[in-house]
Design a protein around this ligand. Sequence first.
Ligand code: SAH
Length: 397
Amino acid sequence: MQQKYKRLILCPQKDKSVLRKHPWIFSGALQNPNTNIEEGELVEVYNSKKEYLCVGFWQNASIAVKVLSFQKEEINYNFILNRVKQAVEYRRSLGFFNNPSTNIFRLINAEGDFMPSLIADYYNGLVVLQFHSLGMYNLRNEIVNAIKEVLQEDCKAIFSKSSSTLPKQISSESDRFLLGEINEEWFAKENNLKFRIDYNQGQKTGFFIDQRVNRELVQTLSKNRNVMNAFSYTGGFSLAAIQGGAKKVLSLDISKRAVELCEQNVAMNFEKGTNHQALAVDVLEYLDNVPKGEFDLIILDPPAFAKHNRNLNQALKGYRQINQKAMEKIASGGFLFTFSCSQAVSREDFGTMLFSCAAIANRNIRIVQRLPHAMDHPQSIFHPEGEYLKGFLLQVE
Ligand code: SAH
């Protein structure tokens, strides 16, 4: 192959993690941090003996290169098509397509599907793309065409929701349809429950798909319980709890729009008179004032408190406040579902924080389960950072 991409050379000994197929190269590992490389440009990386390692795209950041392939190959339509095919076939083989009860799932999970910085979520034929780097964004035409070619009739429209996730130099990028169009009120189903997908203004791509299996578990444990769904967004866990026969369900979210959508979602799925209430409040204040013993199933699924390693301590403090309050206030025998979706907080950090909350709350607490991502969110074994969602199901005596 003719030399096509600029070359970067790693410092001696700095090729170990690339040889272990870790998909990120940090700027400190480079011999020639090349200032002529443009954000998003494709580059080839070599070790200090000038042996080829990988091809990827450049970022002006501490993660300087995100790797697309460890083979010597050109990044073109065929390359993207093969990656998209692999991602779709994996999900087809698991029965995600043509499933009468669920048509919401993740189609492409970034590094977990060997396409760093790209998320593609599937909502009943609508694919919502979220680009997190310019390098991936530059490949958007190939990505859109490949998704259309592979999904055919299963893809009705493709929307890009990346204005808040791309680097600032192109933040003028507007959220828009890249293929087809669908109406504003788009509905999709998870576990037989209908949800309105706020793909245009909502958080992430419109819905938190990664919690599907944990919602199933909430459903099985909710019968006759008083459920508090804290940080409820559009009510994913609340609807699962109602479906599971909860005595009452309280949804709490600081965003009025999220609370409205949550109420709409409840109304769309259940008869009037459901014992559900949604409040636009600050969870921490609410937990401060709620009487002890009122709820015997509590879900804490806050936003990512730490976006970077440097915020780790602050984030742990945030998690500690809400978890400790919940442990103090939950009824005897109650179940606490508690999550962190901060990439910077490891499962170990999160577990240690819960341990210290339990000690201070002075209650007997057992770990019932460590809660996972769903199967449509695979992670590369060589990329532990891909495990961003950490959850524990605890029982409080
Ligand atoms: N559990 C949800 C996803 C939660 S996302 C689901 O399954 O869909 C986090 C939510 O927390 C967001 O909707 C955000 O509006 C809300 N939030 C952030 N800070 C808050 C606070 N202090 N009190 C209440 N809600 C808050």
